[in-house]
Ligand binder design. Structure first.
Ligand code: ADP
Ligand code: MG
Length: 627
């Protein structure tokens, strides 16, 4: 604790900051100098949150707002003392909350922030996303005092710190207590080089730039008991689309939702009919850092007649969690409890209708501006695909939105409609291959026969793919078929390179039976392949079970069905012909060695390894030495 701390009274508690707070403060003060003006936005946003919280509580306890006047944020600069105060008449904090909220970092997001900050380029953007808010004060202040009185309490407390080692909390004296009827006053003693933040022009500029869309008035003290409102404080979503410009939306997206890019799409409408509500949603232009954080919330804020109710209501299904914005109900009761929100039929109805609308807006975007849509798909496609599995009701709609890489797409994207438009005559299925990466997939021997027939195969490399594609019944009447399962339905489709014709002969069928006999402990069957052109062998899954990739994923979770694979052999390949020669000349050992080696090669081609490395080496050696 610093030696020159303010004189203490017996009831003052002094505490060191939690280690992470100290780390954060150090980072802020030293590395974020250029973006320090955001401290004001952070303090105003806290004040606005506190007002939201109070208004919500007052829905059931109206007495709480009784004293304290209209809800507002007040800013006052005093150039004599070089102090700036930001005050709200919101919910306030008691002593324990002051210590908890301003002395520790409770939220996981802030920890993630700390870990990210060191490497980040756009550090102010990082602060916005993670909302480490309050501590930003120390970028401009050498001392911060927070006088707070919790709504409904007669006591106030003062938290203070120089942002170095720790903070102190003491009961407020009588004058201080009288000064806050309710809420919080943050007083910043500005550093020498931060005195420009005392100027009205500068304060107005910052409020317009960062806090114009706060729902409460921000009032600037103009002296002699006068104050004037310096923000717009209008609920943009409640206004008509025709009154608003692209800039208005852009500002709301940045200020109201804390983004630094441009939205990829904006959805603004008013639903009327059985239930009435306004919707203003954005598809972000870039992926939020915590898209895969299970605890991520707050992406859609729910209001009732402009009163903030909750940012934890599930207003959209998880696979639309990248959508951000506001939904404001006109007809729900204001005293709806947050906990019960999920069970209300109105909310279920809003959820359903808005989800449909979002999907149809995305479809419209795909149609009207394919390039813009592909950007959305590139950022959020993997998340949208979760819906293919989780939301069977909208699966067809989602399949229409899905874009894929395929054996013919190159670096482009293919829709299922594109795929169906280029079906080969007699092709009855949508073929796909699932695997870990596109590169591995492209090298799969199973694809050869499809390539030779000019049949497009979708390449699915997201982990979720194996699951939805098995659950989906098909698209536009065509079933999905894995290229690594069952017999390839290729016989009806003519080869484009007749030279590569892997047609079965009687002797080849005898060979398949002989190899099957040898390998029967390890394979379900051995058959002549229609899939193979270049490679001698490949493995496929038996009809009816999971395909090779799904089986691999399930085995990893110890849920594999454990069916032995089918070994397919390419009757045209020299190695297979060599095996056949061994068979007809009665070289039993050689046929056996070749059979097992072919199986191990098929495993290796899949990215696996020989089942018994020692035996593999033994057989290989025998063959190489021609024994
Ligand atoms: P965040 O706003 O993201 O939670 P902050 O660092 O800005 O993070 O604030 C930390 C916490 O301190 C807030 O969550 C809130 O509980 C409390 N707090 C800060 N400012 C105020 C205020 N003006 N009134 C009431 N509580 C506040
Ligand atoms: Mg904050």
């Amino acid at each position: 604790m610093s030696d020159n701390a303010a004189p203490t009274t017996p009831s003052t508690t002094e505490r060191p900051f939690e280690a992470d707070v100290s780390r954060l403060l150090e980072l802020m003060v030293h590395s974020l100098y250029s973006s320090r003006e955001i401290f004001l936005r952070e303090l105003i946003s806290n004040a606005s949150d506190a007002l939201d919280k109070l208004r919500y509580l007052a829905l059931t306890e109206p007495a709480l707002v009784g004293a304290g006047g209209d809800l507002a944020v007040r800013i006052r600069a005093n150039s004599q003392t070089a102090t700036l105060t930001i005050e709200d008449n919101g919910i306030g904090m008691d002593a324990a909350e002051l210590a908890q909220n301003l002395g520790t970092i409770a939220r996981s997001g802030t920890r993630a922030f700390l870990d990210n900050l060191r490497n980040a380029k756009d550090q102010s953007g990082q602060i916005g996303q993670f909302g480490v808010g309050f501590y930003a004060s120390f970028m401009v202040a050498s001392r911060v005092e927070v006088l707070s009185r919790k709504a409904g309490s007669k006591d106030a407390h003062v938290w203070s710190s120089d942002g170095l080692g720790g903070y102190a909390i003491r009961p407020a004296d009588a004058i201080e207590t009288a000064a806050v009827a309710r809420g919080t006053r943050v007083t910043l003693s500005l550093k020498e080089d931060a005195h420009s933040f005392l100027e009205a022009v500068e304060i107005e500029r910052l409020v317009r730039a960062y806090s114009d869309h706060i729902l409460f008035p921000v009032l600037l003290w103009a002296g002699k008991g006068e104050e004037r409102q310096i923000n717009r404080a209008s609920a943009l979503w409640a206004r008509s689309k025709h009154e608003l410009s692209a800039t208005d939306y852009q500002e709301f997206y940045q200020q109201g939702l804390g983004h630094y890019d441009e939205p990829a799409a904006t959805i603004h409408y008013r639903a009327e009919g059985r239930s009435e509500y306004a919707v203003l949603l954005f598809v972000p232009g870039a992926k939020p850092f915590n898209l895969y954080d299970a605890n991520r919330k707050g992406h859609v804020r729910f209001y009732v007649r402009r009163v903030f109710i909750s940012d934890e209501a599930e207003l959209l299904p998880p696979y639309l969690r990248f959508i951000e914005g506001v939904i404001d109900s006109q007809d729900m009761p204001l005293n709806v409890s947050r906990e019960m929100l999920q069970d209300r039929p109105e909310v279920a109805q809003i959820r359903k209708a808005v989800s449909n609308r979002v999907l149809s807006e995305l479809a419209t975007l795909a149609e009207k501006d394919a390039a813009a849509y592909l950007k959305v798909w590139e950022a959020f496609g993997a998340v949208l695909k979760e819906g293919l599995y989780e939301d069977p009701e909208r699966r067809d709609q989602l399949l229409g939105l899905a874009r894929f890489r395929s054996t013919t797409s190159g670096d482009g994207w293919r829709s299922l409609a594109d795929y169906l438009a280029s079906l080969k005559e007699s092709q009855t299925a949508i073929f796909y291959a699932t695997g870990e990466t596109l590169e591995k997939l492209k090298a799969s021997p199973q694809l050869e026969g499809f390539g030779a027939r000019g049949v497009e195969v979708l390449l699915l490399a997201d982990p979720i793919d194996s699951f939805w594609v098995t659950a989906a019944l098909g698209f536009d009447g065509k079933p999905f078929r894995s290229v690594t399962k069952g017999e390839a339905d290729l016989q009806a489709i003519p080869l484009e390179h007749p030279a590569a014709n892997p047609e079965a002969t009687a002797t080849a069928s005898d060979l398949a039976r002989a190899i099957e006999q040898i390998l029967k402990s390890a394979v379900t069957a051995v058959r002549l392949s229609r899939r193979l052109v270049e490679s001698p062998v490949c493995l496929v899954a038996p009809e009816g079970g999971p395909d090779r990739e799904l089986e691999r994923l399930l085995t990893r979770q110890s849920q594999g069905v454990g069916l032995n694979p089918v070994l397919e052999i390419n009757a045209n390949h020299a190695l297979v012909k060599a095996a056949d020669a061994a068979r007809s000349s009665g070289s039993t050992q050689r046929l056996e060695d070749l059979s097992w080696l072919l199986l191990d090669e098929a495993r290796i081609l899949e990215g696996g390894s020989p089942a018994e490395p020692a035996k593999f080496a033994e057989r290989l050696n025998r063959l190489l030495l021609g024994d």
